[in-house]
Design a protein around this ligand. Sequence first.
Ligand SMILES: NC(=O)c1ccc[n+]([C@@H]2O[C@H](COP(=O)([O-])OP(=O)(O)OC[C@H]3O[C@@H](n4cnc5c(N)ncnc54)[C@H](OP(=O)(O)O)[C@@H]3O)[C@@H](O)[C@H]2O)c1
Length: 279
Amino acid sequence: MHVLIIGAKGMLGKALQKQFEADQVIAWDRDELDITDREQVLKHLPICEPDMVINVAAYTNVEKAEEEEDVANKINGDAVGYLAEACAKLNIPLVHISTDYVFSGDKKDGYVEEETPSEPLSAYGRSKLLGEQLLQKNTQKYWLIRTAWLFGPQGKNFVETMISLGKDKKEINVVGDQHGSPTYTRDLAKAIFKLTHEQSPFGIYHLTNGGVATWAEFASEIFRIMEMPVKVNAVTTVEYPTKAERPAFSILRNTKRPLLRNWQEALKDYINIRNLKNP
Ligand SMILES: NC(=O)c1ccc[n+]([C@@H]2O[C@H](COP(=O)([O-])OP(=O)(O)OC[C@H]3O[C@@H](n4cnc5c(N)ncnc54)[C@H](OP(=O)(O)O)[C@@H]3O)[C@@H](O)[C@H]2O)c1
């Protein structure tokens, strides 16, 4: 099977390339194709004759998106519509990744797959919701996978940020009133591989590692596993203002697929592997 991964140089893109290596992977990123160029998308996709496309290309800077909503909308919104249009013409499935930030975050019990997102709090969330809508408008053969709080090798992520801050600080303030599910890119890539190879019905899926944490709990667990003596002070969102507003409870409930292992176990694996590579 020819699998075209778009956004292959990103954090999840790298994990997917590894996971799908038994298939014939075609790895594209911005240099090979700018997905915001509709003409190029429609022209280039058929050339490599893919049997399936996985789109992980995105505008992922949540803070910067507040100032560049139009750019975020083009990449996370319009471009997804172009990819869906191209895949529909080729009659092949499109896997597309979305986020917990499409939800406003006021449901403490979390969101099931079929819940209709409304009123995302941030420009990034709005742009990703636009992408979800254009995907569903332009093709029927889609697997729309929402995930959250990604960490993994070869990417800018919260775990690496904490480890690097913890080298210079004894104490650190971290938000303690936003809840989500930290997710290891390798576990997510494996779950996407299974979902597509088992030919799960097309539709919306929620895939994250199991369990829930606040950013402060996530940070504490990172320092505990790293054996770094850093004290984490849980602060409120109000005490830690950012340009982008983030949901308080954005837990994605997975009611359709096998559950992934708990985030703590996944985090331990990630840190053990990273420490072997950077002793
Ligand atoms: N990271 C998270 O915590 C998180 C949480 C929930 C959902 N997600 C979703 O998961 C997916 C993967 O996230 P990630 O963190 O792996 O992303 P990432 O590391 O930021 O990678 C995204 C890739 O897409 C490329 N790209 C951006 N604009 C493009 C364009 N116009 N044409 C072609 N390629 C373009 C980027 O290239 P440049 O570097 O040159 O821009 C980059 O290589 C995204 O859909 C994201 O919204 C992420």
